[in-house]
Design a protein around this ligand. Structure first.
Ligand SMILES: N[C@@H](CCC(=O)N[C@@H](CS)C(=O)NCC(=O)O)C(=O)O
Length: 202
């Protein structure tokens, strides 16, 4: 039975769809949407009690949380996409936690109030506050990438995929004062699997 990926590409599921593209594995996409509440229907909640997407079902092993899903997929099926040492592995966890705790909610707030919501519903002050809050984590990222081309070891790994996928909205952010982070972000999203995942959502 093929691995199932639950969630429409327009949701955070794009992170998992990108990973599936990198893996080149066959999978079944169940594009559950959230606007119509399909994610809260009893069938889906029985499978995934969080009622959120993405989720995967790998032969009966059901997992939610985009970062955990990608770390699991890379470790299980990803070969060189997963760091080779315990230290590299821990760094991948570090950048994944960094992405969800320091970037995820703030960048969505920034995107909503700078471009995504209809103009009348945007609050420019919220967009500015969100952008300011991101200054410190973006600086950390930029300083790191001034020294190395990739976040872990010397190649693109799940650490880059997780962090860059959470930063999807930053593709439209002016990052000229963070050139290392900006170039890395575009390098990550220029990968064929990332482009394919974007095509599914845009
Ligand atoms: N921390 C979770 C967040 C998942 C999440 O909030 N997904 C949204 C879609 S982007 C969702 O399912 N929203 C519907 C809801 O909360 O009912 C992850 O990274 O997977």
């Amino acid at each position: 039975m093929a691995l199932k990926v639950y969630g429409a590409a327009r949701t955070r599921t794009v992170r998992t769809l990108w990973m599936m593209g990198e893996l080149g594995m066959p999978y079944e996409h169940v594009p559950i949407t959230t606007q119509d509440g399909a994610n809260l229907k009893p069938d889906f909640v029985a499978l995934n009690p969080t009622g959120r997407v993405p989720a995967i079902d790998d032969g009966g092993f059901v997992l939610s949380e985009s970062m955990a899903i990608n770390l699991y997929l890379a470790k299980t099926y990803g070969g060189a996409l997963y760091p080779a040492t315990p230290q590299g592995e821990a760094r991948a966890w570090q950048w994944s936690f960094w992405a969800v705790t320091e970037i995820d909610k703030t960048i969505i707030d920034w995107a909503l109030h700078s471009s995504v919501l209809p103009e009348a519903e945007r609050d420019p002050k919220r967009a500015r506050t969100a952008r300011l809050e991101m200054e410190r984590p973006l600086h950390t990222l930029d300083q790191t990438l001034a020294r190395v081309p990739w976040l872990v070891e010397d190649r693109f790994t799940v650490a880059d995929l997780n962090a860059a996928s959470v930063m999807y909205r930053a593709l439209w952010m002016d990052l000229d004062d963070k050139p290392h982070a900006r170039d890395w972000l575009h390098r990550c999203w220029d990968r064929p699997a990332a482009r394919a995942a974007r095509t599914m959502r845009e």
